[in-house]
Structure formats: structure tokens, C-alpha cells
Write a protein that binds this ligand. Structure first.
Ligand code: PMP
Length: 452
């Protein structure tokens, strides 16, 4: 039902006066969201939209899960807050459950956001090398176009100039290599006929920086926020081998790819690698409550323990591993398991891809890329030159979808300033009707914007 108009106007007035919105600059007319159910959210006017991006790739189990609210309330009634200086039941159970999901032996350090989880990873990596008598190993190498968070270290690891300018100097010791971007191969190669030079670039960078100065490399299994860039199949395994050769830690950022988004429990499971450190957030709680985790290999943890008196990790986090958030995460994972949403994710992606396959013939669709249920549609002005589509074209598609009740996203910066990649990643609980609605809407909107 719609909110009373006077009430809504009063709210918007306060919004304009007091609230500083993320991402959307000076948003004077925001949608005021009041409720959600499954894949759908409702605004103050009673308009319903299919949340085609699961918020920001995070509401994996869908909106309006009463049982998660109940789990939170139950925990709040027992004990709402305890530090992890002691221990508490939900944190213990969750750390054990995450080990099951990771299919490896890890120690779990909890914090509050994806950015936090990456900061923790960097600090633990540096301390690890320090304690093994290799204190000069301090640098991290990531990819251009990658996004790893908003804090000084995580932003340092981010490989997109536009996000960093105006905030520098950031955390020091971060360098970047070209992304495994097959559609626009930085090495001028063709997909399937290359030597995976993008992986080799990592080894070259380690050598040029000096392996004795490199602590770790950080990668998302696919670069999501920087353009849905899916690497060649063997890429991640090659990085694992390179890391092993140079005593460099492999840190995998699963903030988006984790918890089923990729069609496997974790994105790296698609590539058969075992990371030294895994960071996670978003889908860990399906965003019902803030929580993140840094999973550190048991081997690394043991080496901390073995290094004696001064080996504790000095990183206080007041809210990290909050009992309510951990209870929420446990219920969220229970739902993912019970409803088999990991395999559902793969199904959703494949089904969507099938249904929008004809878009490949659209003059402005350069490439459609997919990882599990996460999809990227790269828009170009010309399929041959691959010149990125301009903002007007991208806005026309996004606006057209919104008008029909489908919210999708954009990212990219293929050429700095061009956000020419449409993103789509519905909740993993999306129904068959939701899938049909998304596909039909996209087809109609593309049809109205240049055929196809
Ligand atoms: N890593 C990746 C891959 C992300 O996409 C994000 C957020 N979009 C982050 C880290 C940072 O997470 P948060 O916004 O929770 O700090």
C-alpha cells in the first residue's frame, strides 16, 4: 500500500536536508523503499520493483525472510553484545559452519564490512611474514579495475583511479597488474588462443617488485564491480602456482562471489584453488545484518601460534562477530542450504542467459558475461571497434527497465568515465516467474532501444 503523500513529502524533505546518500550524488528525489518480499521491493508510493541487483549483490536469500528476523530477535533476547575477547555460541557455530562451506581448514576472524575483512587480510598477511623473519614482505598486488573496498588499505588495493583520486595518499605498498579481460585483452590476444599472459603478468610484477618485498596478491574470482570480468579457466590456478613459487599469499575476495552467487559455495571453488586467505561479507548475512569474515588458513594460524609471546593479531573490532549478526548469518546459511540456493543460482544464471541470448545480436551489445547468477552486459557503440557505449545509451536501458519495474545496475569504467557495463544479479531465491519477468523486460527495453 502507498504511504500517505504528506507523510512521504515530509520524509523527502528531511532526506534532502539531512541524509548523505552513497554512490548517487546529490540525490534529491530518491526512491524511499519501505518493504521487500522475495525478489521484490516496494517504495513509498506502493510501486513494486524487481531487485535485479539483490541490493548491491548481497541479498542472496531474498527480502522479507521472517525467520531471519526471528533468529535476530531470539539472539538479542539472550545476549545482544559480547566481545570476541570472550567467545559466544553464534560465533563458534558460525566459524565451524564456514569451515564446512570453505571445504578447507581455516581460522575465522570476524569484522563488519567487506572493506574491514580485506584490511584484516592485509594486516594478518604482513604480520605472518614478519613472524617468519621476512619483514620486508609487505606489498600487495591486485588488478586494475578491481574494487576491494573504501578504507585506505582496501582502496589502495582497488585498481580504479576515479575512486581514488581526491583521497590519496592511500595505504602504501599496493601495485596493480592488468585484468584478465578477454573481451579487451590487455595483451592483444584472443580468448582460447593465448598463454594466459594475464596470469604471467602477476609473476612478472612479483619479480620486478622483488619477491622479497611482496606479501600477497588479492583477487576476486571474477572482477564483479569493475565490469563482470571473467578470467580464463586456468587463471586462478596459475596464480596459485605463482604464489607458491614466490612465497606470496593468495588472498581471494569473496565479498560478492561468495555464498552461492557464483553457482558454487564460493567463487574460487569454480577454479579448484585453495586460497591462503578468503574474505567475505554481503551474502554472509544476505545483508540482513552487518558482518564480515576473514578466513585464514590453519597453516598460517599455526605459524602465528608457534611464534610465541608477541604473536597475537593486534586488531580490536568492537562490533566484529556481533552475536546478533552471527545468528543472522547462521540462519541465512541454513536457508541457502535448505532451499539449495547455490545450485539455484547456477540455474538462474543459465536460464537468464538462454532467455536473453538474442541480445547478442543487438547492435549495442558487445558481450554478455556470466558467473553463476551474476551477469554483465557490455554495451558498445560499434561491435567491431568496441567503443564503449556512452552514458545516454546506458541510462536509456536502465531507465527503461526501471519504468517497467526492473532495477539493474551499471559499472565498468572501460575507459575512465564510461560506465558501459550493465549488471544483473537477482536474489538466488528468484522464482521462475521472476526470471521470466527479468528476461522479458530486458528484451522489451533493448527492442525499444535499437532493435535486437
Ligand atoms: N570487495 C568487493 C569485491 C566488493 O564488491 C565490496 C563492496 N562492493 C567490498 C570488498 C567492500 O565491501 P563493503 O562495502 O562491505 O565494505
Amino acid at each position: 500500500a502507498a504511504m500517505d503523500q504528506a507523510e512521504k513529502e515530509a520524509l523527502l524533505k528531511k532526506d534532502r536536508k539531512y541524509l548523505w546518500h552513497h554512490i548517487t550524488p546529490h540525490n534529491d528525489n530518491p526512491m524511499v523503499i519501505v518493504s521487500g518480499e522475495g525478489s521484490w521491493i516496494t517504495d513509498a508510493d506502493g510501486n513494486r520493483y524487481l531487485d535485479g541487483m539483490s541490493g548491491l549483490w548481497c541479498v542472496n536469500v531474498g527480502h522479507g525472510r521472517a525467520e531471519i528476523a526471528e533468529a535476530a530477535a531470539e539472539q538479542m533476547k539472550k545476549i545482544a553484545y559480547s566481545t570476541l575477547i570472550q567467545s559466544h555460541v553464534p560465533a563458534i557455530e558460525l566459524a565451524a559452519k564456514l569451515n564446512e562451506w570453505l571445504e578447507g581448514e581455516y581460522r575465522i576472524f570476524f569484522s563488519n564490512s567487506g572493506s574491514d575483512a580485506n584490511e584484516v587480510a592485509f594486516k594478518i598477511a604482513r604480520q605472518y611474514h614478519h613472524q617468519r623473519g621476512k619483514p620486508s614482505k609487505h606489498k600487495f598486488i591486485s588488478r586494475h579495475r578491481a574494487y576491494h573496498g573504501n578504507s585506505m588499505g582496501a582502496l589502495g588495493a582497488t585498481g580504479q583511479a576515479q575512486r581514488k583520486l581526491k583521497y590519496e595518499p592511500l595505504g602504501v605498498g599496493f601495485t596493480h597488474v592488468p585484468p584478465p579481460y578477454c573481451y579487451r585483452c590487455p595483451f592483444g590476444m584472443t580468448k582460447g588462443e593465448c598463454e594466459v599472459q594475464c596470469a604471467q603478468a602477476y609473476e612478472d610484477a612479483i619479480r620486478w617488485e622483488g619477491a622479497e618485498s611482496v606479501a600477497g596478491i588479492i583477487v576476486e574470482p571474477v572482477i564483479t564491480g569493475g565490469g563482470m570480468i571473467v578470467p580464463p579457466d586456468e587463471y586462478l590456478m596459475r596464480l596459485r602456482e605463482i604464489c607458491d613459487r614466490h612465497d606470496v599469499l593468495l588472498i581471494v575476495d569473496e565479498v560478492i562471489c561468495g555464498f552461492g552467487r557464483s553457482g558454487e559455495k564460493f567463487g574460487h571453488h569454480n577454479f579448484g584453488v585453495r586460497p591462503d586467505i578468503v574474505t567475505m561479507a554481503k551474502g554472509l548475512t544476505s545483508a540482513y545484518s552487518p558482518l564480515s569474515a576473514t578466513a585464514v588458513s590453519a597453516v598460517m594460524y599455526e605459524s602465528f601460534k608457534a611464534s610465541g609471546a608477541d604473536s597475537h593479531f593486534r586488531h580490536v573490532n568492537t562490533f566484529g562477530g556481533n552475536p546478533v549478526s552471527c545468528a543472522v548469518a547462521l540462519k541465512n546459511i541454513e536457508i541457502l542450504e535448505r532451499e539449495q540456493l547455490v545450485s539455484r543460482s547456477a540455474y538462474i544464471g543459465n536460464e537468464l542467459l538462454k532467455r536473453i541470448d538474442t541480445l547478442n545480436g543487438h547492435p549495442q551489445v558487445g558481450e554478455i558475461r556470466i558467473f553463476g547468477s551474476a551477469i554483465g552486459i557490455e554495451l558498445v557503440t560499434d561491435k567491431t571497434t568496441k567503443e564503449p557505449a556512452n552514458a545516454a545509451v546506458v541510462s536509456a536501458i536502465i531507465g527503461g527497465c526501471k519504468q517497467k519495474g526492473l532495477l539493474i545496475g551499471k559499472n565498468g569504467d572501460t575507459v575512465p568515465g564510461f560506465m558501459n557495463i550493465l549488471t544483473l544479479s537477482p536474489p538466488l531465491s528468484a522464482t521462475d516467474e521472476d526470471i521470466a519477468f527479468i528476461a522479458d523486460t530486458l528484451l522489451q527495453v533493448f527492442e525499444a532501444n535499437g532493435g535486437g
